[in-house]
Write a new protein. Structure first.
Length: 168
């Protein structure tokens, strides 16, 4: 008879606590990312302001980008964060995270391939989250110009279902 070991699912903020108190080996990107994730999730959970899921996800990505970029010295670095890991960190369903990431991808704010994520447009993400752009070393736009310049033609963006995207 096989013995089953029950391991309860720990919240990301608790499971990542050891990373806050350990020293990193030089050049260990996994350690840097996990320590940044622990700090970002703790900061997101400590914030008592009520936000919707889209704003919470954007705020977590901004904070994670700041924590990770500060550790490795590059804010544009791709983050090894899966959609499922992001859903666990926020405590929301995977389908909700997929919908929000699809919106951010179609809006050209992030690039995601399912197992990693890279922020392309920090000012727009900071604006969505209500995050301080100066913390990331990014200048906040004075006025929202809109998606297109005067002589730039819009490209047809499609949703995941292949329909014309009207929310971009």
């Amino acid at each position: 008879m096989a013995t089953r070991i029950y391991l309860p699912e720990l919240p990301a903020s608790v499971a990542a606590l050891p990373f806050l108190f350990m020293r990193a080996r030089t050049g260990d990107r996994d350690w840097d990312f996990n320590a940044a994730l622990a700090s970002a999730v703790s900061a997101e959970r400590a914030d008592s302001e009520r936000r919707n899921t889209r704003r919470r996800l954007a705020w977590l990505l901004c904070e994670l980008g700041w924590q990770y970029g500060r550790r490795i010295g590059d804010y544009s670095q791709e983050m090894p964060l899966s959609r499922a890991g992001l859903a666990r960190a926020l405590g929301v369903s995977l389908c909700r995270v997929k919908r929000i990431l699809a919106l951010l991808t179609l809006s050209s704010v992030v690039e995601s391939d399912g197992e990693s994520l890279r922020v392309v447009d920090w000012p727009r993400l900071c604006g969505m989250a209500g995050y301080d752009c100066a913390r990331l070393g990014v200048e906040a736009p004075d006025v929202f110009v809109g998606p297109f310049e005067d002589d730039e033609q819009p490209t047809n963006r499609l949703t995941a279902a292949g329909d014309q995207a009207c929310f971009v």
